[in-house]
Structures are given as C-alpha cells and as structure tokens.
Design a protein around this ligand. Structure first.
Ligand code: MG
Length: 302
C-alpha cells in the first residue's frame, strides 16, 4: 500500500515566505525557486496573486515568474484568490494555479471574509475560467484537523469541501493541517473518511510541524496510499497561530524519511540542505529542519 514514489510539492517560496517577517527582493525569490528546482523538486510553488498590501512578502509574483524557465519540466503553481488574481496570473504566464477553502466556517470568515460556500462559489468561477484556458488547478483545504478559533473540525466537513473542490475540476486536493495539531489516529480517521469518495491519487497532505506531529502524520498518509506531500525547505514559514512555533514540515526531513523507507522522490538531499541554509541566512532566521541541523558541517559547530 505504501507508494513506491512520492511527489514532493515544495511550498517554501509561497506558503513559507508569506509567514516570514523579512521580505526578500525578487531576484532572491527567483534564485530560491531555481535552486529548489535544481535540487530536484518538480513542483515548486512560486508565489501568490493575493493583494500585495495583504502579503507584501510574496507580492510581485509576476516578476518572479518572468525570471523562471517555464519549459524546464518543473511546475510553478501560484496561489490565486479571485478572478482578478487569475487575470494577473494568466498575464504573468502562470500555467498552474492553486485555490483554497477552509473546512472551518469561522476560519473562512476570519481568513477570507466569506462563508465556505461563498468561497466555493467564487473559486468555482476561477477554476472554470482557468481550466478553459488549459491551466491546471490545485485545491487546498485548511484546518482539516483543527481550527485555531473553534477547535475540532469534523472529517465529514472536510470531505464535503474536498468534494466541492473535486467538482470544480481541481486535479489534486491538498489536505492542510493549518495549526499542526493533528495526531496520527485523527489523520487516519480523516483519510479513511475521504478516500472512499475521492481517489487517493488525487489527494495530497500538507502538514505543519507545530506540535512535532508532521512526520508521524505523513507516515500514516503514505500507509493509506497518498503519494503527494507538501513541505517547505528548512521549515520556512512560522505558525501564525502559535507564536514562535514552527510551521510547515521541512522538506529535508521528509526527504530523509522517504530515503530511509526506500521511496523514490528525485530530490538531492545535500543540495537541498545548502538551499535551506542559504535561505535562512538571507531571512536571518534559524533552520527548522532537524535533518539540516544534524548534517551541519564541523565548521558550523561551536
Ligand atoms: Mg502551510
């Protein structure tokens, strides 16, 4: 049941950077995306077309896309919140977009100022227009294992949002534990609720390591046959709901675990470690990957 190969979706240059306090200049963001692709990642989220005043860290994504080779066999999805964002993404040459919905009503209201069903309606229009133009659409669901405002989220609610994303044509649906609070049994229950209704090939997992549960949860997802894992180099992106805590699971840690399990992924861990260190130096923040820290060369040690 465990897949022989896994696709890692690197979210550091979008989901990671948007939660960092320091804003990188565009050339540094281009270099980050390129170096991740050079390390072997085939899917690197390159930025976002949300309003620049909301997330200045990842504004100017059209300039980032213009600095990338779109024909090199690497996918560079960008986050799109609405039709205006889609227009801008299309003008910038994006070939893949990501849309997002929450599994928690309160989170949806606080995060994007509308109900879940209103967001589904909005994104259906975005997805239809994108798909009509040959653009691939990925769907994110946040709060799949808990909500920072209301606590528990039911697996059935996640399933209903997942079905809506599937209905609107998302080729892949990424289940996001936004606050990193999920544990392995909860993860298993969630996946068991969804898989009878949505093919496992269309599911991805997006775990945060806030409570140190990410790899355990990823293992459960792999055992259920899920073969797409989102992660962020060096664990970029803190957790906005737990001050000072880590956010996205680190790509280096995922790669190390997959190596140990003999699962193919195509990423060069040594190169990835160098990318992780360099970006953390630029951002003036600590490396949040255990594997990266464990591999620190002697001259890093004091
Ligand atoms: Mg994330």
């Amino acid at each position: 049941m465990i897949p022989e190969s896994v696709k890692i979706v690197e979210v550091g240059p979008r989901d990671g950077l948007q939660n960092e306090s320091r804003t990188l200049p565009v050339p540094e963001r281009i270099r980050l995306v390129q170096s991740l692709a050079e390390a072997g990642l085939k899917q690197v989220e390159a930025g976002s077309f949300v309003r620049p005043d909301l997330l200045p860290q990842i504004s100017d994504t059209s300039q980032v896309l213009s600095g990338l080779d779109m024909d090199a066999g690497v996918g560079y999805p960008v986050l799109v919140p609405n039709m205006r964002g889609l227009d801008n993404a299309l003008s910038a040459g994006a070939r893949e977009i990501a849309v997002f919905a929450a599994a928690s009503e309160t989170f949806s209201q606080k995060n994007i100022n509308c109900s879940i069903s209103e967001s589904i309606q909005r994104f259906s229009e975005v997805a239809k227009t994108a798909i009509d133009q040959g653009i691939k659409v990925r769907g994110y669901i946040s709060c799949v294992l808990g909500c920072p405002y209301t606590g528990t989220v039911s697996p059935e609610k996640v399933l209903s949002v997942a079905r809506s994303l599937e209905d609107m044509g998302c080729y892949e649906i990424s289940l996001g534990d936004t606050i990193g609070i999920g544990t392995p049994v909860a993860t298993r229950v969630l996946i068991d609720t969804i898989v009878p209704h949505i093919p496992v090939e269309r599911l991805a997992v997006h775990f945060h390591d806030t409570y140190g549960q990410a790899l355990a949860n990823i293992l459960v997802a792999l055992q259920a046959g899920i073969s797409v894992v989102d992660s962020s180099v060096a664990g970029l992106g803190g957790c906005p709901y737990a001050h000072g805590a880590s956010g996205n699971v680190a790509t280096e840690d995922v790669v190390f675990m997959l190596d140990g399990m003999g699962i193919h992924h195509g990423v060069d861990l040594s190169r990835l470690i160098i990318v992780g260190r360099s970006i953390c130096t630029l951002l003036d923040r600590p490396v949040m990957s255990r594997v990266n820290l464990a591999r620190a060369p002697i001259d890093f040690e004091v």
